[in-house]
Design a protein around this ligand. Structure first.
Ligand SMILES: [Zn+2]
Length: 262
């Protein structure tokens, strides 16, 4: 019999696309190949409230020409991310029937800007991240993928954890460093008994797991491969399913909010 889970539903929120050379996601990939990679966040409805995993990318920094130049073009991004009105985080929440204020728990997989964009809407919530990620993102010079203004906000309520952590029954946070120093993934137990392995950026595509290919960029290659193999092993257990965040083919078959997994 399946263990008790507090999770009722899991929603996939599609928050836009990044236009990236293949080598960003697959080590050694041919950079003449340009891929439109979905940017996702996930929302769990649980017995004790709503839990959001990542927050998408801030559309204002893309659509305001001065901000786009400062945050993307001048920093080496060759093509701006694509965020249409249908990708709005708050719009998708509204369709589900909630507002950002209704979400009291946010889990951050890591601190790249395609995940931290709307943290600013969750100043009332608890933000759970790995301590290593928080320190790395705040106290090291920002990399191409980080926009420190997304998360260096004085009134965010951080809960910093170290290693694997049961957030609540049915939501296990898994320490999967390597893409970044404190990257974490999640295992979600659904009422049906199905277990979703949310990989975030431990491997962008299913291909990374199938062929055991490192992510394009990693803070530590050895850790990145260990994390990838850990998630692959987990997904191979009965009833488990890999749920990649940036896979362009997978997203076309996924149930997008307001549809859900249960
Ligand atoms: Zn990332």
């Amino acid at each position: 019999m399946a263990a008790y889970t507090s999770v009722h539903k899991l929603y996939v929120l599609l928050c836009g696309f990044e236009i990236l050379p293949l080598g960003i996601s697959v080590r050694g990939g041919d950079n003449r190949i340009i891929v439109a990679e979905p940017i996702c966040a996930y929302l769990a409805e649980t017995e004790t409230g709503w839990v959001l995993f990542d927050t998408g990318i801030d559309a204002e920094r893309i659509h305001d020409p001065d901000l786009a130049k400062a945050y993307y073009t001048d920093r080496g991004w060759t093509t701006l991310p694509v965020v249409h009105p249908a990708h709005s985080l708050t719009g998708q929440l509204q369709e589900i029937g909630i507002r950002p204020e209704d979400i009291h728990q946010v889990v951050m997989s890591h601190m790249h800007t395609d995940h931290t964009g709307y943290l600013k809407l969750f100043r009332h919530a608890t933000i759970t991240a790995q301590r290593a990620e928080y320190h790395y993102a705040l106290y090291n010079p920002p990399e191409l993928g980080n926009i420190i203004e997304d998360y260096n906000l004085p009134d965010l309520n951080w809960q910093l954890i170290e290693g694997d952590h049961e957030l609540q029954p049915g939501i296990q946070l898994l320490s999967t460093p390597g893409h970044t120093p404190g990257h974490q993934s999640a295992l979600i137990s659904l009422p049906s008994g199905k277990q979703l392995v949310l990989t975030f950026d431990a491997g962008d595509f299913l291909q990374n797991f199938d062929q055991e290919l490192l992510p394009g960029s990693a803070s530590n290659d050895r850790q990145a491969m260990e994390s990838l193999l850990r998630l692959k092993r987990l997904a191979n257990e009965p009833g488990h399913m890999l749920f990649p965040l940036h896979d362009p083919a997978f997203i076309q078959t996924a149930r997008l909010a307001p549809l859900y997994y249960d």
